[in-house]
Design a protein around this ligand. Structure first.
Ligand SMILES: O=C(O)c1ccccc1NCC(=O)[C@H](O)[C@H](O)COP(=O)(O)O
Length: 237
């Protein structure tokens, strides 16, 4: 059971960056983390060397996150050697033991929980959180072909009322729906961050600085609402 004080602001990860100007735009807008996709089948793929080049632009306290899909542990370790401060995101079918082995001791990792968009297919998130209890947080994403980054949401209402873990809401978030997502989902978890890729893009792997700013402004607006003592009433109406 994790017990943390309430988060004053929602942390934000912008995922799938491939260009210097997009890293700079994410930082300028106030992102807490950037995601670099080390999955060769992704249209947002970057090599580990390119990821390290992009991550060198980051100021202190903005975290690079390396995303893998079913990569061998040796490949993960080799990338970590180039980006010693990176966090990891396992977004495939990795077991808890495979995640722990690839990350090695002391390096924090996120595990994607790929939640069916079809309401008829049950997904036991409480059991998943227990199975992946060594994860720093669960990243809640829609179960899509190609593993992720498809811009599709899962039905947030299907999430259990209470799960004792840190969570990152993702999957089809946009400047228009992220505030609603935070209001609906944050009360169910120990803390909640958000993650976006497609919703701030003009094309796959090409981010739009204006959309990144709009997305982060919408998150901040949700934070202001959540800080109000009557926020439960507001989100119910
Ligand atoms: O971005 C990809 O191409 C990708 C490929 C394989 C696995 C995961 C991938 N991306 C993950 C993400 O960008 C996010 O963590 C998440 O899926 C949200 O993506 P989006 O729905 O596009 O906002």
């Amino acid at each position: 059971m994790i017990s943390s004080p309430p988060e004053p602001r929602t942390r934000i990860k912008i995922c799938g960056l491939t260009r210097e100007q997009d890293v700079d735009a994410a930082v300028a807008a106030g992102a807490d983390a950037i995601g670099l996709v080390l999955y060769p089948k992704s249209p947002r793929y970057v090599t580990a060397a390119r990821a390290a080049e992009l991550a060198r632009r980051l100021p202190p306290f903005v975290t690079p996150v390396l995303l893998f899909v079913n990569a061998p542990a040796a490949e993960v370790r080799a990338a970590c050697a180039l980006l010693p401060h990176a966090m990891l995101q396992f977004h495939g079918d990795e077991t808890p033991a495979e995640c722990a082995e690839a990350a090695g001791p002391g390096r924090p990792w996120l595990r994607a929980a790929r939640i069916p968009v079809d309401q008829a297919r049950p997904f036991d998130l409480v059991k998943f959180a227990s199975d992946y209890s060594q994860a720093h947080a669960l990243l809640l994403d829609a179960h899509v072909e190609g593993y992720g980054g498809a811009g599709l949401s899962f039905p947030w209402s299907l999430l259990p009322p209470s799960v004792s873990c840190h969570a990152v809401l993702s999957g089809g978030l946009t400047p228009a729906n992220v505030a609603d997502g935070i209001l609906q989902v944050r009360p169910r978890f120990t803390t909640l961050a958000v993650d976006v890729s497609s919703g701030v893009e003009s094309a796959k792997g090409i981010k739009d600085a204006g959309l990144i700013h709009q997305f982060i402004a919408a998150v901040r607006a949700a934070d202001v609402l959540l800080a109000r003592p009557d926020h439960a009433l507001l989100s119910a109406t």
